[in-house]
Design a protein around this ligand. Structure first.
Ligand SMILES: *[C@@H]1O[C@H](CO)[C@@H](O)[C@H](O)[C@H]1NC(C)=O
Ligand SMILES: *[C@@H]1O[C@H](CO)[C@@H](O)[C@H](O)[C@H]1NC(C)=O
Ligand SMILES: *[C@@H]1O[C@H](CO)[C@@H](O)[C@H](O)[C@H]1NC(C)=O
Ligand SMILES: [Cu+2]
Length: 242
């Protein structure tokens, strides 16, 4: 039979477990770990959008993201870019002048070795996007458009944007760029094939940044599984001892 002292010893190890892994997110599917010093903001997530992989389209072309989330654009042949437009003026850069513009990212074959990462600042604002390539003719007019956080219950749909784009001539490429995001060369040592979470190259296997508010990727699902396992055993021991 198990003694209560064993349970006491096991319980005393619990703080160590949490010290090693941070506080695990409880639902088991999450890959993020919330550190105690955090400000309580929800963990950011990263989504990937393929540009030109499946023809003259963005895949996916409708993206839902929360403030703080990152959208990583990956570029495929031959030569595409991502530019922000206003809904009412597709295939032209946003009049605000503060829009997203990746610059052209060519690829001879497969995924280009540069990605463009956009961090969503305000998830209540739709972001309309297009490819400004005109060779051999406007990609935008052919439907190479996308939207991040389309407005709900609004006639401003991606389909309406696409239909308006189809009536435009050559698309306009912004004079300046990149803007509104971060162009990152991928395949850097320590991050093979994977863009860094912040878009900035980091030391391989580096320690989590000390920033209090930035959610940090966990080392892997194994850690929370390990914690769950320990908790399960503790519960079992406690039940037997009582
Ligand atoms: C559970 O996991 C999903 C997917 O990662 C996440 O969106 C959700 O916020 C999590 N819920 C809780 C309570 O942690
Ligand atoms: C990756 O980018 C570098 C620098 O722009 C370039 O010299 C190299 O050819 C590229 N590699 C591939 C596989 O496209
Ligand atoms: C449209 O763009 C193509 C490719 O850049 C160019 O050859 C053509 O002259 C442009 N047409 C107009 C009307 O500007
Ligand atoms: Cu294109």
């Amino acid at each position: 039979m198990l003694s209560t002292s064993f349970v006491a010893v096991a319980l005393s190890a619990l703080p160590l477990v949490f010290a090693n892994y941070g506080y695990p997110v409880t639902n088991g599917t999450a890959t993020s770990v919330v550190y105690p010093s955090g400000t309580g903001s929800p963990a950011a997530s990263t989504q990937t959008v393929a540009v030109g992989k499946d023809g003259l389209v963005f895949t996916p072309d409708t993206i839902h993201a929360k403030s703080g989330d990152e959208i990583v654009f990956e570029f495929y042949p031959k030569n595409h870019a991502v530019v922000q437009a206003d809904f009412n003026n597709p295939c032209n850069p946003s009049a605000s002048g503060l829009g997203i513009s990746s610059g052209f990212v060519p690829s001879a074959a497969g995924r280009a070795n540069k990605t463009f990462t956009v961090t969503i600042e305000d998830d209540t604002k739709p972001i309309w996007l297009y490819c400004p390539q005109n060779n051999p003719k406007s990609h935008c007019a052919q439907g190479m458009v996308a939207v991040i956080n389309p407005p709900q219950y609004s006639p401003n749909t991606l389909n309406a944007f696409k239909l308006a784009a189809a009536n435009t001539g050559n698309a306009t490429t912004p004079a300046t760029g990149p803007a509104g995001g971060q162009l990152t060369t991928i395949g850097a040592p320590g991050a093979p094939g994977t863009p860094g979470a912040s878009g900035a190259p980091t030391a391989s296997g580096g320690a989590p940044a000390p920033s209090g508010s930035a959610p940090i990727e966990s080392p892997g699902a194994g850690s929370s599984l390990a914690v769950n396992g320990v908790l399960g055993l503790l519960a079992l021991f406690a039940a037997i001892a009582l």
